[in-house]
Design a protein around this ligand. Structure first.
Ligand SMILES: [Zn+2]
Length: 471
């Protein structure tokens, strides 16, 4: 493929000791780097630091697991959490703390005197249970030549710009991949590396304007347990951003609203030899429920864009009793409620045809579209857009067909849009990221910190208006 391929075996330790290092482009490996596309920043500040941090964090196995009820769900997440505590202390962050539920918190003290909103930057340390995160061997492909990337440990794993068009736009960038048998873990170690670089840079440059910046590294996002009930109070921020998004420019402030539904069917069990007019087969009733629900609409496989769905994702049972597990999704809570009503009506209708059975349907809320709160005060989104545009990046504002830690945090009173990191093809062996996308993310965060330092502290996002009017 003609690019310089490194195995990422570097053991040099970055940080702390030499604040500001890497901000001048003295690295000889960069003198011949291909020209960047128009509009891209040509300075190489941050690139080597981001690469070193991402490679080092990605090697640490931090896979979460939904079975244990502990927080964090897996002890190995402490391997990275504890490392981050030490690194934050060594680069001079204040109030560095590891909570009993496994979140690392820290503060960058303000450089402005005015009372301005407190801004948090968040990333999660765990990787997805869906694919192996053990023995990750990150590979750095410097100055990507635009061709196929073949991974050494999984020769059938080819990351091709034909299959992944976004990669085609990254010619000349430094691309990081795994080696073919594991995920890479940019979701969300890219976010962790970006935030750590922001922290190190801001602490090394007290001349840069910002208010109090809070840092949060959380466990267990991938199993939906990233936002502990104490997190909003412990974080103590007026506004937050998760660094957990994908392509360059992504500013996400719309997520699904989500409920889950559990349908239980209790039949009447008898010996099949003497079952005439007695047996009520729960499996047959469960099958009828499934069959009565829409198949060619309202399923994940037949919807996209802003359409919602009812998704049966697990079923189990015997002739005596059966359980059906659904997730319900829509961007609008009214429509979400209608999906739930439809499922309930199907259950009730079937119940009416077979009085001897007992059919129950329990619907519980999971998370809500963050737009409902953000649209009351769009400054968190507007300043993110402004930070992107200052850097020549056009914001990409696609609603995401899923949830984020920010969905829960926003609902709990801390408005939390999600920002890009550059991560691509996450949760599998084809995962990759551009170091230069990560750099742009660092720059957006630094710009955001400055923009918030010009906002009045007495009109904090996330706090209900007390009726004062500026009109
Ligand atoms: Zn993530």
């Amino acid at each position: 493929m003609g690019t310089t391929t490194e195995t990422g075996q570097s053991t040099r330790t970055y940080p702390g000791s030499s604040p500001g290092a890497g901000e001048t482009s003295t690295d000889p490996e960069h003198r011949n780097a291909p020209a960047r596309a128009a509009g891209q920043v040509t300075s190489h500040a941050f690139d080597r630091e981001l690469e070193e941090r991402l490679v080092r964090y990605a090697r640490i196995d931090t896979q979460s697991d939904e079975k244990p009820t502990t927080s964090p769900s897996t002890q190995k997440q402490f391997d990275l959490l504890n490392l981050l505590v030490e690194e934050l202390k060594s680069i001079g962050a204040a109030e560095v703390k590891l909570t009993d539920y496994g979140a690392v918190l820290a503060t960058i003290p303000p450089t402005v005197k005015a009372d301005v909103p407190r801004v948090a930057l968040l990333a999660h340390v765990d990787t997805a249970p869906a694919y192996s995160g053990t023995g990750v061997k990150p590979i750095v492909h410097r100055g990507y030549d635009g061709g196929d990337i073949v991974l050494p440990d999984g020769p059938n794993v080819v990351i091709s710009p034909a299959a992944f068009p976004y990669l085609a736009s990254k010619r000349g960038d430094d691309i990081v991949t795994a080696s073919g048998t594991t995920l890479l873990g940019t979701d969300d170690k890219a976010g962790v590396a970006i935030i750590m670089t922001v922290v190190r840079h801001l602490l090394a440059h007290p001349e840069l304007q910002h208010g109090t910046i809070r840092i949060g590294f959380t466990p267990d996002e991938e199993i939906g347990r990233g936002v502990h009930r104490n997190l909003p109070a412990d974080l103590n921020a007026d506004v937050a951003y998760t660094l957990d998004g994908a392509e360059l420019g992504e500013v996400v402030f719309e997520t699904f609203s989500a409920d889950k539904a559990e349908v239980h069917v209790e039949g009447v069990s008898t010996h099949p030899g003497q079952a005439k007019d007695k047996l009520v087969n729960a499996l047959h009733l469960a099958a009828k429920i499934i069959d009565t629900l829409p198949h060619v609409t309202l399923t994940p496989e037949t919807t996209d864009g802003r359409q919602g769905f009812i998704h049966l994702y697990q079923m189990s049972g015997t002739a005596a009793a059966a359980d059906l597990h659904f997730i319900l999704r829509d961007f609008e809570v009214d429509a979400l409620g209608k999906h739930g009503e439809l499922l309930k009506r199907v259950c009730e209708t079937l119940q009416a045809t077979e009085r001897r059975a007992r059919i129950t349907c329990n619907i519980t809320p999971q998370y809500r579209n963050m737009r409902y709160w953000l649209e009351k005060d769009m400054r968190p989104v507007e300043l993110a857009r402004q930070a992107c545009r200052e850097l020549g990046i056009e914001p990409v504002e696609t609603p995401i067909r899923g949830g984020t830690d920010g969905s829960r945090l926003t609902e709990m009173g801390v408005p939390t849009p999600n920002l890009f990191t550059g991560m691509q093809n996450i949760h599998g062996p084809h995962e990759w990221i551009s170091i230069q996308d990560m750099r742009r993310s660092v720059q957006v965060c630094i710009a955001l910190a400055r923009l918030w330092s010009a906002e009045p502290g007495d009109a904090r996002p996330g706090v209900e208006s007390d009726g004062r009017s500026a009109d």
